[in-house]
Design a protein around this ligand. Sequence first.
Ligand SMILES: Cc1cc2nc3c(=O)[nH]c(=O)nc-3n(C[C@H](O)[C@H](O)[C@H](O)COP(=O)(O)OP(=O)(O)OC[C@H]3O[C@@H](n4cnc5c(N)ncnc54)[C@H](O)[C@@H]3O)c2cc1C
Length: 386
Amino acid sequence: MSPTYDVIVIGLGGMGSAAAHHLSARGARVLGLEKFGPVHNRGSSHGGSRITRQSYFEDSAYVPLLLRAYELYDDLERATGRDIATLCGGVMLGLPDSRTVAGSLSSAREWDLPHEMLDAKEIRRRFPTLAPKDDEVALYERRAGFLRPENTVAAHLQLATQQGADLHFDEPMSRWEPYRDGVRVHTAENTYTAGQLVFCPGAWAPQLLADLRVPLSIERQVMYWFQPKRGTDPVLPAHHPVYIWENRAGVHVYGFPAIDGPDGGAKVAFFHKGEVTTPETIDRTVHEDEIRAMADHLSGCVPDLPGTLLKGVTCMFSNTADEHFVIARHPAHPESVTVACGFSGHGFKFVPVVGEILADLALTGATRHPIGLFDPARLIDTVLPH
Ligand SMILES: Cc1cc2nc3c(=O)[nH]c(=O)nc-3n(C[C@H](O)[C@H](O)[C@H](O)COP(=O)(O)OP(=O)(O)OC[C@H]3O[C@@H](n4cnc5c(N)ncnc54)[C@H](O)[C@@H]3O)c2cc1C
């Protein structure tokens, strides 16, 4: 008997919804299984906005993937008519030799990406909401901006459904095993068979992919929406870019303009300052002392922003030891299983290209995209710094 499906995708968050789209667009019979409802806020792909940019301080090896992701985000907007990407411009700020500034500049130069270097005076002139110290500089990228994660996931789910994928929500995978030439997947109610399995489990990877032997630390993150002291006008996208700001102590804060008009406030967050947690035990309450710490930090760099806090929402990062992704055929099951996890707080801008890569790997065993950096072999049994 042939399997019911060509491919089963586990997890329909950012990466899994994109994989379901790319697989079904190529004619594969796809089943997607998701633990929660469509476009939920319990994982890593919610909160209204994500920064996108091409000058990549993390490693210039990401740049070709970003160039492709930009094309695919355009396609996604065109195909669904949804509001997904706004390229309002962005600044990477800090001391000239900080990783954020120096790393962004070297990847921009290496890939010939359009960019400008701004000194502190020029930053203040162009973006009066930002208050850099005299020795701080910024790389300005006009093609940086923000993505809307919920609209992205909804768009991928919509296309996958239109292309014939079966997407089952509130139906978590409980276990799976190799079966004939493929896999068999169990949920509380059902058992399914397929030739290929694709794991996109986000913060649930430590439980579902223990046999990868890639340690991941799940990190609690808080997003804060402030109503600025002098009203929203100064922080609308026309004057207030997306920014990633590394101070001299190595603390990163990043933020967005007010993307939802006068009542929505402007979002900010610290990058990697959260405690280690699990999806089951994460503290989803945002506490007074953390709000105060954020407001204090902002008063030194975006002084108008910390007026009233409109809301605070938690989210999870899944960090690898080197903060690079894991995307590969599963080393223990190379014929039938593909994995995507460990996005370490910077995966969303890659969502559509990761979907394309996962479809390549599941359907052909290889991809034309450069994914050598994401090989899990580098991380087996590593010790996490967090
Ligand atoms: C606060 C915050 C800010 C961020 N900012 C940025 C940014 O500015 N730019 C950027 O590029 N990236 C950013 N990121 C990172 C980015 O959002 C993530 O890398 C990305 O969303 C991860 O997607 P995912 O598909 O791996 O996880 P998720 O979207 O969480 O998807 C995993 C899915 O698996 C499902 N699942 C789990 N267990 C099972 C099971 N047993 N059966 C079925 N389904 C299951 C879950 O319910 C979930 O839907 C940020 C993340 C956070 C939290």
